[in-house]
Every structure is written in C-alpha cells, then in structure tokens.
Design a protein around this ligand. Structure first.
Ligand code: FAD
Length: 278
C-alpha cells in the first residue's frame, strides 16, 4: 500500500487523568537527531506485519504482536496527522520529506507537549524501587514517585530493570563493520562492489548475506557486512569475533560486468580491473 492510500487521521493520545513525566538523563531525542546520517530513517515501506518481521534478526514473535497493533502504515499516518510527510526511497526506506532528522525530533516533542507530557531533561534516574504499590525513584534532581513506570533507557541502565526483578538477555553488539587486518584487503581500500555475498562457512547455509560491499582501510563495511553482523550477532560474539569469512565478489552473471570493463579498459587485464568501483 502506498502512503497516499493511508487513513488520513490518527487520534492523538492524551492522558487527561494522568500526569506523565519523562525523566531524561541528558537532552531528549539526541540520538534521533543524529539518526540516518541526520535524515532519520523513520520506518520502512513494508505494510504486511508477517513480511516485516522477517527482516528482524531476532524477536519476530514479540514483534508480530506489536506490529499487529501499530505497524509502519500507522507510523506514516501518525506523522501525517502531526503534519510531517514521509517519502519512500527506492529501497523502501522512509524519511521525512525535509530530509532532516530534526523534523522528526521536533514533531515528537510537539506531540508530547500536546499530550501533556512533562519532559525533565538532565534528570538521570539512579535507582528504582518499590514503596508499597508505587515506584520510588532516586534521580539527579531528587526523589520522584510514580504509579506506573516505563523504562526506555536504550542499551544503558539495565540495572534499573534487574533491580525490579526483571531478567534480561545480555545484549551483544550488532550492525558493525569487520576488522580484517589482511594486507591484500587493505590494498583494496576504497573499492565498492555493488552486489557481493558474505558467508560464514561454519554457519552456512543460514549466514549468506548479499548487498553492496565496501572495502575500507579497516576491513569490510557496507550493507552486506552490516546485515551479516546483525543476523550473526550472537554467533560472532560467541566466537569472540574470530571466524573465517568467505566473500563472493560477483553474485550475478559476471558476463555483463566483464563486457563493460572490456569496452572501458580494452588494454587492461581482467584481473586488474574486475574489482574497480562501478
Ligand atoms: C549512528 C546511528 C544512526 C541510526 N540511525 C537510525 C535510523 O535512521 N533509523 C532508526 O530507526 N534507527 C536508527 N538508529 C538506531 C536508533 O538510534 C536506536 O534504535 C534508538 O535510538 C533506540 O531508542 P531507545 O529509546 O531504545 O534508546 P535511546 O535512543 O538510546 O534513548 C534512551 C534514552 O534514555 C536516556 N537514559 C539512559 N539511562 C537513563 C537513566 N538512568 N535515567 C534517565 N535517562 C536515561 C538516554 O539519555 C537516552 O536519551 C541509529 C543508531 C545510530 C547509533
């Protein structure tokens, strides 16, 4: 479904009988303002929850329920109701039409203010505990009490959840580039391959990831590398990030590529030109 087919209005959430306070250790939405290279990749133009969950390396069971209630279609409609239009890029990623992450951050802050949420910046929560049936919070700005508590501390402050008796699956890094200090690869730094395949041979057949690949002075980067790091995050952590990696530089029929190179560089050997940037 295209965004213009979306329902035009989503009711705004208000909390008339509740006081909602958001205690923020620093300034709100700092990460959002930096996200997507400063453009904020808000959501993805995939409006079928069953299909959408397949793009997540982990948590698909829990996400199915969440997406049944609020999925990218609702995200687009929600922002449209806040006066923020999103656009879809050819690969399905959706950004604000302004191409500015600030548009998203400011919209979220406006919506929070309109819903009566009081944001308290520079107010780190140091400890949480119970006081009868209420929560007692020690913060950098004194004690706060609350009837309900939502923890949204990102990758930090796990101790707040465990202090309340929750168990957490230990987080591991994901979406990272690969450090491969091999001189032969370092000599190729700067080369971008439009479609390559990366495989952890010991994990085949599950591990292959395709996509653009970038050789850097550090090793490998680009979407294929990031995808493999996300899908194999726990495997790679389990082997302390020491694993053989197979790179298939050409995934499609190499014939057309070789023909292009042949016409562009008729006097050069294929071996010297096959990895040149397109
Ligand atoms: C460079 C980069 C680009 C990215 N681009 C995108 C993108 O384009 N699209 C996308 O969807 N995702 C993107 N991401 C991922 C996205 O930023 C995260 O998934 C998202 O920010 C996670 O949101 P969160 O609320 O869980 O955590 P966070 O954004 O980390 O927010 C948690 C907040 O809690 C506060 N906090 C922590 N501990 C305490 C405490 N004890 N007391 C009070 N406050 C506390 C922190 O100060 C922080 O403001 C990007 C990430 C990076 C690093």
């Amino acid at each position: 479904m295209r965004p213009e087919c979306l329902p035009p209005f989503v009711p705004r959430v208000v909390f008339p009988q509740h006081r909602v306070r958001l205690l923020e250790a620093g300034e709100p939405l700092v990460k959002v303002r930096l996200s997507g290279g400063g453009r904020c990749n808000v959501t993805h133009a995939c409006f079928e929850p069953e299909q959408l969950v397949q793009h997540y390396p982990r948590g698909s069971k829990a996400l199915r329920g969440a997406f049944a209630r609020f999925q990218p279609r609702d995200t687009v409609a929600w922002f449209a109701a806040e006066g923020i239009a999103l656009k879809t890029e050819t690969d399905g990623r959706m950004f604000p039409v302004t191409d500015r992450a600030d548009t998203i951050a400011e919209g979220l802050l406006r919506a929070a203010a309109a819903a009566g949420v009081k944001i308290v910046p520079r107010c780190p929560v140091k400890t949480v505990g119970r006081e009868g049936d209420r929560f007692l919070l020690q913060t950098g700005q004194g004690i706060q009490r609350a009837d309900r508590l939502v923890l949204a501390t990102g990758g930090k402050s796990h101790r707040l959840a465990t202090a309340l008796g929750h168990t957490l699956v230990p987080p591991v890094p994901s979406l990272f580039t690969f450090n491969i200090p091999v001189p032969a690869l370092q000599n190729l730094a700067g080369i971008a391959v439009p479609e390559a395949m990366l495989v952890l041979p010991t994990q085949a057949p599950k591990s292959p990831q395709r996509g653009p690949l970038l050789v850097t002075h550090w090793g490998l980067s680009g979407p294929a590398t990031l995808k493999l790091s996300a899908w194999q995050a726990r495997t790679l952590h389990g082997c302390q990030y020491q694993a053989p990696l197979a790179v298939q530089w050409l995934t499609a029929d190499p014939e057309p590529l070789l023909q292009i190179h042949k016409s562009q560089f008729p006097k050069r050997a294929v071996a010297a030109t096959a990895l040149s940037p397109p």
